[in-house]
Design a protein around this ligand. Structure first.
Ligand SMILES: NC(=O)c1ccc[n+]([C@@H]2O[C@H](COP(=O)([O-])OP(=O)(O)OC[C@H]3O[C@@H](n4cnc5c(N)ncnc54)[C@H](OP(=O)(O)O)[C@@H]3O)[C@@H](O)[C@H]2O)c1
Length: 257
């Protein structure tokens, strides 16, 4: 098969779906991995209006068996994997005094271990590709920690270190590994986050959204398409000498240099 094959965890969510849409438009076959069949079905139907290039596998990235089975299915159907996008995740709002032990364990299991396990299990197929690309959708709090999003801050910093270490290790197989750090991005996850923030505030979700948008010199939050545009670049030949980095897509909200 000459077409590239991509696996996208969290492919039924806001950012994953938009990345999948960009990929199918570039004639890449996409396999979406997440838990809810209803959501997967809806997104795959939509993607297949662009040509029959999308399918899904139901699985929980907290479950090693689900991950191994997904990789095995891709192996037996396509015999290869060229692109892995780790995107399944999310995280609750809260600081050190609010976040419970269960919430820490849950988030580490989904986002940290989820990305780590899926990457490790996919490597044998990615190595065979000869010019594979891994993209980790992480988040800008990993670079600029927030006291109000402590889980996202800790998990994201860990995943940036993971991205760099795997990039260094896998370059010998022609695998490039990069991260995208979205700032606030207009998805269901963000809408839920705004509701949680509003519950502890006198402001409405809309007012909070505007205040956060105004932290950017461009005065808006990201759309999922902004993240997908960078993903398309990172998997392209134009990025053939780029590996081990993380790029913010936050309209300049991050205040470091
Ligand atoms: N939106 C933002 O503002 C923002 C900012 C920074 C970073 N990010 C990161 O970007 C990524 C995507 O976020 P999003 O905004 O697109 O969120 P979203 O719309 O809530 O989508 C999340 C996706 O992950 C899947 N998922 C969640 N838990 C899973 C599990 N245990 N196993 C398999 N799939 C699972 C969901 O499907 P099911 O629930 O059906 O499994 C869904 O497809 C996340 O890692 C998030 O932390 C988002």
């Amino acid at each position: 098969m000459t077409e590239r094959v991509a696996l996208i965890s969290g492919g039924s969510g806001g950012i994953g779906r938009e990345i999948a849409l960009s990929f199918v438009k570039e004639n890449i076959r996409v396999v979406l991995l997440s838990r809810s069949e209803d959501k997967l079905n809806k997104v795959v139907e939509e993607l297949n209006r662009q040509g029959e290039r999308a399918e899904y596998i139901i699985g929980d990235v907290c479950n090693l068996h689900d991950i191994s089975e997904a990789i095995e299915k891709i192996h037996s159907k396509y015999g290869k994997l060229d692109i892995l996008v780790n995107c399944a995740g999310g995280g609750p709002v809260g600081g050190i005094q609010k976040i419970t032990d269960e919430e820490w364990i849950q988030n580490i299991s989904v986002k940290q271990l989820g990305y780590i396990r899926l990457t490790r299990e996919a490597l044998p197929l990615l190595i065979q590709s000869g010019q594979a690309s891994i993209i980790n959708i992480i988040g800008v709090f990993g670079k600029q920690p927030s006291k109000d999003f402590i889980i996202g801050s800790v998990t994201n910093a860990a995943l940036m270190a993971f991205t760099k270490a795997v990039a260094d290790d896998m370059a010998k197989y022609g695998i490039r590994v990069n991260a995208i750090n979205p700032g606030a991005t207009n998805t269901e996850l963000w809408k839920e986050t705004l509701k949680d923030l509003a519950a502890d505030s006198e402001l409405s979700p809309e007012q909070i959204n505007q205040n956060i948008a105004d932290l950017s010199p461009m005065h808006r939050i990201a759309e999922a398409k902004d993240i997908a545009n960078l993903a398309s670049f990172l998997i392209s030949d134009k990025a053939e000498f780029i590996t081990g980095i993380s790029i913010n897509v936050d309209g300049g909200t991050y205040s470091g240099i």
